[in-house]
Design a protein around this ligand. Sequence first.
Ligand code: ARG
Length: 588
Amino acid sequence: MKKILDLITEEVTAAFMQAGYEEKFGKVTLSNRPDLCEYQCNGAMAAAKQYKKAPFMIADEVAALLTDNAMFSAVDSVKPGFLNLKINETCLASYLNQMQADDKLGVEKVAEPQTIMIDYGGPNVAKPLHVGHLRSAVIGEAVKRMGKFMGHEMIGDVHLGDWGLQMGLIIVELKERKPELVYFDAAYEGDYPEEAPFVIAELEEIYPTASAKSKEDEVYKEAAMQATYELQNGRKGYQALLKHILHVSVTDLKKNYEKLNVSFELWKGESDAQPYIPDMVDKMKAGGFAYESEGALVVDVKEDTDTKEIPPCIILKSDGASLYSTTDLATLVMRMEDYDPETIIYITDKRQELHFKQVFRCAKKTGIVKPETELKHIGFGTMNGKDGKPFKTRQGGVMRLEHLLDDIKEQMYAKICENETMDEEEARKTAQLVALSAIKYGDLSNQASKDYVFDVERFTSFEGNTGPYILYTIVRMKSILKKYAETGKSAEGKAILPATSESAKGLMLELAKFNGVMENAFSELAPHKICAYIYDLANAFNHFYHDTKILAEADADVQASYIRMLELTKDVLETSIDVLGFAAPERM
Ligand code: ARG
């Protein structure tokens, strides 16, 4: 369906043209003075300069041509030259009826769907997910679903951190603890055991222990570096261990991401990109892009228009080792070969901005990606505690994501048990849904690039701009719909009627924005715009609800119209939160 703003713009543009002015002056926007009007056009102000006329004269002429237009209930020309518009109630109702009949609620699929890869999550093998991983997962999942909803093919890749010294550290520590394992016997020729020689809890303890030791013990560190080298150069026992580490770790990661309602199409890792490195490096050299500088192999990526110094992208260190940037470039080679995506989006902490700037420029310059391939980085801010410092446990340690989720679930469970007569199972399930809405909405409602304070009390409140408030509003609608159905009535096939109250119209105006919001939010990769919208919509609904006797309405058609409006609001809210990556319970 066309966006309502576009439909209105068409009418106003036609009037401008009819009055002898250029088409471009007819653009209509949402009103920034909702107390005065619903939509506005400032075109007469701009036209005044071009036509050397007083703006209000132009506005008057256009307004005169629009007064009888069926799309408007009010067209006012106000000095110095604004056009203030109100939409006709019948026209608005008809728009909503069309929206309701459409299976995507009026959102049109993009004309040219793209293959878009999205690199998010980015957990590191053998390290538990901690709160630092939350934002990438939550924002990435939302952006992926937004793109899917618009009709793109979205491919999410977790891009596992499974390469480098951490693997050597784990191997060395495991060797100290269980030297008798066959993996360490270089002469061993047989098959390796199917079962891993550790469980996830051990693995998670081994890594930090090894990492701490290596910082104090040079010999230990040397051994880890050696093990890493041997692993990367094909030592069989170590590769068998790597498989175990990956398997145990990925199984656990999947479980934890599932609790967050986050899933990935691809579970590729940094290690998958390594085979692409030698050839990539050769091509960079042959193309004259890579050169030696202080022993390292680098590619210049600075541009004339830079206002800040952009250092060269380092491809290989002086000892020939690859780096984070090398892996990201090789991953691009692999992605182009496997999927040839039109766009690749990366979601990481904004402190990685320079890294991605260098990688993107290098990839373009060296032809790893096509000139038209879009590479985008969404850099997010830090999740802080109430003290304004990065979120920590009460003891000051790094908070595991699992624990954060469980804590909030417990709090929500206690709250739900307070005022409802739910059985244990339903209360637990509900608590899980509400907790997830609190965490995700708390994060997503902020512009991604900004730091935010993770305020548990505020995020879990059923009032205010929170996830639970949105869920509460949906649950309220479900309950009204249920009560209506219990009276034996049905609104099926009934129409939404023109608004007769200010609160009904307010709600209808919000509903009509849905397709525009979804389109705009994805084009700006800005989930917070969906959050802002559903908060406004929920408020408009609650205002209408407090203002209107829905279940006591005597006129059956009017009542059915209310019910249809309520259903539409519920559908829009539920679709929106599904796109954001959470869901509502039946009651709470
Ligand atoms: N594993 C990385 C980290 O913990 C994040 C990976 C982000 N993705 C990428 N393609 N570099 O910082």
